[in-house]
Design a protein around this ligand. Structure first.
Ligand code: F0G
Length: 466
């Protein structure tokens, strides 16, 4: 039997359980319309006896599939033969222990780690998933790929298209909704960029319609193959910690693909007997885009062993439509009110005994400044994980002794406008970019010093402020 016979797609709702082939292109269950997983007949697949076996790949780094931080874990996402897996060198990322951020968050030294996904080729974690989606797209001979995006998925899609030449990219973005760092990537890599008069939620609904009408391969995280690639972020975290799971994983929540992928990763590792303990998960929403927080924490919505109260979700969305509520946050990457992976994320929260919190734009930007000062910069959305950690420590939910991993999802240069506005001395700029978001102060601003063009004045300023 070919390897593909050991992988299939399966509806996430156990009562449905419909399956379809791994060589089919679907973003929803053909029977009930819910989300799909990639599933494996693990018993028939060659599995490692211990996670340590993955370390051998380091010795073969001249092989692109061993170099890739996604494909060196191929045995844990074996939906395509390794020689067909697409890589542009994704996943060379770092787990960085940050003393400065540990202090800010309130945990003991040596307990706070930043999983820095900004080191990916397109500058965000999306490349982990894109390598897997492209592998599947090649498998099914797709020639065009589309996504709706708050900027990072589109940058990643555009990069994979331009480097691999496998497909042409069509990108849907909300009008004025993505940062220039990300827009510039899509334009530079030559993607067809369609700006919709609306926000991300509008663009997401449209791209699904258009893709199915025109037969374009959809690479948003409703595509279950993308999430297979994103599982490897957790494998690398474990690897960096000597395969000993941390106590907590914190991740910003937008479309909820990452959190869903993390839950699946740990569920599978536990099932396969490769870990003995599953870390807890905290998904952090921006307060201006807090659907998951509202449903999980305020309304008590749970996965409920595979029977979530879906009516509650529909009612919540109907209310949102009637009230004309739109997502609004400086963390534009997670400015999303209708997360497509909501149900999968509920499952992840159940598997990982998770919690959800919301943080304000003020908390996000202060946390971001602390991350920057600690050595690794990140974009605003990423800092939600750190702001969320601070909150959970102050609530006593995360203990000061616990080992905490915050995922930094995107690079600092993705959104320089927010950073410059935070550190600026120009009150007008501050008010324009941040004041309108309810940000009142920049407690950790590192202000530029204005000096006359005069050598003595410059030296005086360095003595005074240096
Ligand atoms: N952080 C960053 C930097 C992101 O770009 C995103 C999502 C998230 C967090 C949220 O991750 O969707 O898995 O919950 N960006 C998507 C995009 C929506 O289009 O680039 P999620």
């Amino acid at each position: 039997m070919a390897q593909k016979d050991y992988a299939f797609q399966q509806c996430i709702i156990p009562a449905c359980g419909a399956t379809c082939g791994v060589d089919e292109v679907r973003v929803a269950c053909p029977r009930c319309g819910s989300l799909l997983d990639v599933a494996y007949a693990w018993d028939h697949l060659p599995l490692p006896r211990s996670l340590r076996e993955f370390e051998a790949a380091w010795a073969r780094r001249s092989d692109p599939h061993c170099f890739s931080g996604v494909w060196r874990f191929h045995r844990l996402l074996p939906f395509a033969p390794i020689e067909q897996c697409v890589t542009v060198g994704e996943g060379q990322t770092l787990l960085h222990a940050s003393e400065g951020v540990a202090k800010y968050v309130g945990v003991k030294p040596g307990r706070l780690f930043l999983q820095y996904e900004g080191m990916n080729p397109s500058g965000s974690f999306k490349d982990n998933g894109m390598s897997a989606a492209f592998t599947h797209a090649r498998f099914v001979n797709a020639t065009r790929a589309a996504c709706a995006s708050t900027g990072n998925t589109s940058a990643s899609l555009a990069l994979y298209c331009s480097v691999t030449r496998l497909m042409k990219a069509v990108i849907f973005i909300g009008s004025g909704k993505i940062s220039y760092g990300k827009l510039s990537q899509a334009l530079d890599y030559g993607a067809l960029t369609v700006q919709i008069a609306g926000d991300f939620d509008d663009a997401m609904a449209r791209v699904q319609e258009v893709s199915s009408q025109l037969g374009i391969y959809l690479v948003n995280s409703v595509n279950p193959f993308r999430l297979e690639g994103q599982k490897t972020i957790m494998f690398r975290v474990l690897e960096a910690l000597g395969w000993e799971p941390p106590d907590w994983i914190l991740v910003p929540g937008g479309n909820l693909g990452n959190s869903s992928a993390f839950g699946k990763a740990f569920q599978e590792l536990a099932l396969l007997g490769l870990i003995r303990r599953i870390p807890r998960l905290a998904v952090i929403n921006a307060a201006g885009a807090n659907t998951l927080y509202q449903l999980h924490e305020k309304q008590g919505l749970r996965w409920n062993g595979g029977s979530p109260a879906q009516d509650a979700v529909h009612a919540f969305y109907d209310d949102m439509t009637q009230a004309g509520n739109r997502a609004k946050t400086i963390a534009s990457a997670i400015e999303i009110n209708r997360p497509v992976n909501l149900l999968k994320c509920l499952r992840a929260l159940e598997v990982m005994d998770g919690v959800v919190r919301e943080v304000s734009d003020q908390e996000i930007l202060d946390a971001k400044a602390q991350v920057g000062a600690g050595g690794l910069g990140c974009e605003p959305a990423s800092a939600a994980s750190v702001a969320g950690a601070k909150r959970l420590v102050s609530e006593g939910i995360i203990g000061r002794d616990e080992r905490v991993v915050c995922v930094l999802t995107g690079h600092q240069l993705k959104d320089p406008d927010a950073t410059v506005a935070y550190h600026t001395t120009d009150q007008e700029l501050f008010n324009k970019v941040l004041g309108s978001r309810g940000v009142r102060r920049a407690a950790f601003a590192n202000r530029a010093v204005a000096v006359p063009n005069d050598i003595d004045e410059i030296i005086k300023a360095i003595h005074l402020y240096g």
